[in-house]
Structures are given as structure tokens and as C-alpha cells.
Design a protein around this ligand. Structure first.
Ligand SMILES: NC(=O)C1=CN([C@@H]2O[C@H](COP(=O)(O)OP(=O)(O)OC[C@H]3O[C@@H](n4cnc5c(N)ncnc54)[C@H](OP(=O)(O)O)[C@@H]3O)[C@@H](O)[C@H]2O)[C@@H](O)CC1
Ligand SMILES: [K+]
Length: 243
């Protein structure tokens, strides 16, 4: 399905618009829907009935992309998966993020800190997939540590352990795509609200492309010059390619 994209600059403006005084969404509301939609994409791609594996490794970054990952982990648990979260640089700017972490503890979901051994979960015998919620549309290369080393590890295992990237494959230039030679190639990309330009660089033979974050009416989509996506029923994601 052909799709329009919005640049990183426009995506940030769209976000501010949704959370501005006129429309009035809160970050918490949008993040809940964003994380919920990523969990739905995981379930659609890796149905529990098709495998004996249930473990999912969620890598959460320091910004809102990481927050989507924290929410996603909670919904994955409700769906029947066993998520483990690696959260090396907790967001300390707002208490909301520590509340999301408390919710994970409430759900008995392990949250590993920077010093803990997260690479033990890069094991395709027990792990279904890795959710890449490290960076989204505000990422500016080059990547700083510890995230550079994390990406190197992911690059090494990506042929045997599928990566599900949230909004933007981490390390990709949001507008240009995979500019670094060792960029990760996700098996699934879940664009949020509307794909960013890097999504047009994915190879549909390698990467299944979904859009999620079902939170704008048609008029708002038209203001940002894209068509609403053909979500079915109560689905929070729609597959754009291959279809
Ligand atoms: N409307 C929507 O669609 C919604 C979108 N949502 C989600 O929000 C995402 C955008 O979130 P965001 O703006 O917080 O930025 P994000 O990409 O998480 O990264 C910022 C962090 O990364 C850091 N950082 C940057 N570059 C770095 C580097 N090279 N190396 C290391 N660190 C680096 C930077 O640190 P700083 O530079 O500030 O020190 C900061 O801490 C979006 O993609 C979507 O997933 C939903 O939650 C809500 C509704
Ligand atoms: K990401």
C-alpha cells in the first residue's frame, strides 16, 4: 500500500499539536495507545498459538519511544507473553515514567538496569522477538553509549532473533533511513500515527510494516497531508506492507 510520510520536524509539530491547549491530549494517553498498538503488532506477527516461546525482550530508551516500550511490555503480559525489560537510562525528567516502571513491577515484569545482564535474553530458543523502543523521531546520530553497544549486539543477532522497531528503527536517520553501515534491519516496523520518511527505505521482503497509534480523526490527518489508515474494527494497527 503506498503511504505518505511526515518528516521528523513535522512529526514533532504534530505531537505538540495533539498535546497543545486546543486538542488537549496528554502524553500519557497517547503513549498508552502507542504501546498498546505495538503489543498488538507483536501478537499479530508472532501468535502465541503458533509457538511454545513466550519471552519478549523489550529495550526501552530514555525518551518517549522508551515510554512506548514500557507500556507495550505491560500489554504483552496481559496478552500472555513473558516480557523482560532492559531500561539502561531511566527517564528522570517526569515522575510519569517511574509510575510506568512501578506498573511493570505490579505485573511481575523484570526491569533490568544498566548493570544487569540483558544479553542473556538474546536467545532465539526462548525469546520470540526483541522490541526496539530505544529511540524514535527525536534521535540525532551519532549514537552515544551505552546505546551504540546495544545496537551492535542487536545487529549480531538480528538474523536469528526478529527485531520489532517502534516508530523508527533505532540508529536510522529519521528522514534518510539506514545511513550507518551496521544499521539494524527490523523484521517488523510499527510506525506511529503516520510513517516517518525512513519507512519508505524499508525492503518489504525483509520488513513487515504496520502503522499504529490510532488517535487522529480524518480532518487532522488531512491537515498534515496524509490519508487516514484503513484500520479494521477495533484494531489498533494496520499492515501496510507486504499486503
Ligand atoms: N504522536 C505520536 O506519534 C506519539 C509518539 N510517541 C513516541 O515518542 C517518540 C518520540 O519521543 P521523544 O521526542 O521523546 O524522542 P525519542 O526518539 O524517544 O528520543 C529522545 C531521547 O533520546 C536521546 N538521544 C537522542 N539522540 C541520541 C543519541 N545520538 N545517542 C543517545 N541518546 C540520544 C535524547 O537525549 P538528549 O539528546 O535529550 O540528551 C532523549 O533522551 C516517537 O518516536 C514515538 O515513539 C508516543 O509516545 C506519544 C505519541
Ligand atoms: K525504535
Amino acid at each position: 500500500m503506498p503511504f505518505k510520510t511526515v518528516t521528523s520536524k513535522l512529526a514533532a509539530q504534530l505531537d505538540r499539536d495533539l498535546m497543545g491547549p486546543e486538542i488537549g491530549f496528554t502524553l500519557e494517553q497517547l503513549m498508552e495507545l502507542a504501546g498498546f498498538s505495538v503489543a498488538q503488532a507483536v501478537l499479530k506477527e508472532y501468535p502465541l498459538a503458533a509457538s511454545t516461546k513466550t519471552q519478549v525482550l523489550v529495550l526501552a530508551g530514555p525518551g518517549n519511544n522508551g515510554g512506548d516500550g514500557l507500556v507495550c511490555a505491560r500489554h504483552l503480559k496481559l496478552f500472555g507473553f513473558h516480557p523482560v525489560v532492559y531500561y539502561p537510562k531511566p527517564n528522570s525528567k517526569t515522575p510519569f515514567f517511574s509510575r510506568l516502571v512501578n506498573q511493570l513491577k505490579f505485573f511481575n515484569i523484570p526491569v533490568l538496569n544498566v548493570d544487569e545482564n540483558w544479553t542473556q535474553f538474546l536467545d532465539s530458543d526462548s525469546t520470540v522477538c526483541v522490541v526496539d523502543a530505544l529511540f524514535g523521531f527525536s534521535f540525532k546520530p551519532p549514537v552515544r553509549e551505552p546505546f551504540g553497544s546495544i545496537l551492535q549486539q542487536l545487529h549480531k543477532v538480528q538474523d536469528r532473533l526478529p527485531i520489532v522497531s517502534v516508530d523508527v528503527p533505532t540508529g536510522w536517520d529519521v528522514d534518510e533511513g539506514p545511513v550507518e553501515p551496521n544499521s539494524i534491519i527490523p523484521k517488523v516496523l510499527v510506525s506511529l500515527t503516520v510513517p516517518k520518511p525512513c519507512a519508505s527505505k524499508i525492503d518489504s521482503l525483509e520488513t513487515q510494516h504496520y502503522v499504529g497509534g490510532r488517535f487522529v480523526p480524518a480532518e487532522f490527518a488531512h491537515k498534515y497531508k496524509f490519508e487516514p489508515f484503513p484500520y479494521e474494527n477495533a484494531d489498533q494497527v494496520v499492515k501496510l506492507s507486504p499486503n
